[in-house]
Ligand binder design. Structure first.
Ligand code: ARG
Length: 293
């Protein structure tokens, strides 16, 4: 659908309130697949950097056109995955926890991201345990969901809890194709409702988690959208939301319908070229919460 189209009137559509977002993005000027660190990456398949930049630009323009604010970090030659800024850290209340990659190929990004936070007024904490930023750490209402199993270590969850003073719920990822938490959970409505009522809601891919974690999700989020494997396979869950507009892959047809039923407005952005690196919309989007401008 195009931006000008809005969701078909749904009973609950008026309940969805758009929140202002401030995001950190990185233009994929040096994007390519020169190593393989997840099942989506194949060095033998050619990449088209110009196409990646065009698709990324569409995401950037889409956010801006809806009134969101975008900060940019300069892309660095030789760091082709820097476009996936969700992995650059985790930021709440003006405090930025830096990233410590478990994969050597991306360790060169750690310092540039921490330097960026420091020079933009964020209080930076250097991580101790391996932890891949908002790729594996998601804020839902006042609770932090943290993934482990592939990249971030479970030891990092204690650091996250101590630094941000919030409850951290550990969730185990078991499917290598969904190796970061943001490929398996989409935070749709990350706001506290009036009177402290937690209206926060999520969508998730049940098959990406072990039984224990699936049980935790079912109990905590009985109203969550459970997304089918077909939509998960096209990285449908790797989406950003402002509480009303949900930025998703145009290929996630079932998820699109589920969102409309709940009164959200799906906005389609195709990042097919960046999927060759194993990333999508959310991977290219780091939320900056708090801090000075
Ligand atoms: N090629 C990158 C990696 O494997 C993709 C990162 C995707 N980012 C994300 N937030 N899921 O690290």
């Amino acid at each position: 659908m195009s931006l000008s189209e809005t969701a078909v009137a749904q009973p609950s559509a008026s309940d969805r309130i758009q929140q202002h977002r401030r995001y950190l993005m990185c233009k994929p000027a040096h994007f390519t697949v020169s190593y393989e660190i997840n099942p989506w990456m194949h060095k033998a398949i050619p990449t088209d950097t110009a196409k990646a930049v065009r698709q990324w630009q569409t995401l950037y323009d889409t956010y801006l056109s809806l009134g969101h604010e975008i900060e940019l970090i300069d892309p660095i030659p030789g760091l082709p995955d820097m476009v996936y800024t969700a992995n650059g850290g985790f930021v709440i209340d003006g405090k930025a926890l830096g990233v410590k990659f478990s994969v050597n190929e991306r360790r060169g990004e750690e310092r540039p991201f921490m330097d960026w936070f420091a020079s933009h007024g964020f209080e930076v904490t250097e991580p101790i345990a391996a932890q891949e930023g908002e790729g594996d750490i998601l804020l839902v209402g006042d609770t932090i969901l943290a993934g482990f199993g592939f990249r971030s270590s479970i030891d990092s969850h204690r650091e996250v809890a101590d630094l941000f003073g919030r409850e951290v719920v550990s969730l185990k990822l078991v499917n290598p194709s969904f190796y970061h938490l943001d490929t398996a959970i989409s935070v749709l409505d990350p706001v506290q409702g009036p009177g402290g009522v937690d209206k926060a809601n999520i969508a998730y891919l049940p098959n990406a988690f072990d039984d224990t974690s699936r049980g935790i999700l079912a109990e905590r989020y009985p109203d969550a959208i459970r997304v089918d494997d077909a939509d998960g396979d096209v990285f449908g869950l790797n989406s950003a939301s402002d509480g009303r507009n949900v930025f998703i892959s145009p290929r996630a047809k079932g998820f699109d319908a589920q969102l409309r039923e709940r009164g959200y407005n799906p906005v389609h952005v195709d990042l097919s070229e960046l999927l060759l690196g194993g990333g999508g919309i959310k991977c290219c989007t780091l939320e900056l919460r708090g801090g000075t401008r």
